[in-house]
Design a protein around this ligand. Sequence first.
Ligand SMILES: Cc1cc2nc3c(=O)[nH]c(=O)nc-3n(C[C@H](O)[C@H](O)[C@H](O)COP(=O)(O)O)c2cc1C
Length: 188
Amino acid sequence: MKAIGIVGSPRKGGNTEILTNHTLKAIEEEGIDTEIIRLAGLDIRPCNACMVCKKEERCPIDDDLWPLYTQMKAAEAIILASPVYFGSATATIKALMDRAGYIALNNGRLFAGKVGGPLVIARRAGQNFTFAQLMYWFHISGFYMPGSTYWNVVFGREKGEVNNDEEGLTTAWNFGKNIALLVKKLNT
Ligand SMILES: Cc1cc2nc3c(=O)[nH]c(=O)nc-3n(C[C@H](O)[C@H](O)[C@H](O)COP(=O)(O)O)c2cc1C
């Protein structure tokens, strides 16, 4: 059983990465393998609506998407974590959601039955909108999405500031525990 946390920030070692590691630690404590995947520095272009993935499980755009898609397919749980950029998720994570999501949907709903959910971080505003934006993807893809003790929205601006948001960290931790519980219930 494996849970992956995909970090949609272009800033290495930033708040999104810290928060994702925190949640993965809660999951790992429950005996589930975890892996963090950083989108920083990767080339993930937007979907160009060529519709090739409607005919076969393939994306003809030659960039870094395919290994990520393969890892997503293999995982029992997926966390998508994004900082808020102008009130929404980053363009990179959105490109990943559009393309990986469409390939999976068009080839037998391959993500259906997995466990997952979003983590969102921002300096001041836009967390709830971005949280909803990411939840739409999990919902239409057929994930089981556990809750937590609050919405998974956390505050932080400069690298490391996320560590000052105690309630946010607790929420992300409890979310990880619920992910682990659900993964085990569904897979043992
Ligand atoms: C281009 C850009 C746009 C941003 N837009 C918002 C925003 O709309 N609302 C907000 O509260 N913070 C915004 N921020 C701040 C980031 O969400 C915040 O610094 C976050 O902690 C960055 O996460 P990271 O350290 O993982 O990169 C923005 C930052 C950047 C670089």
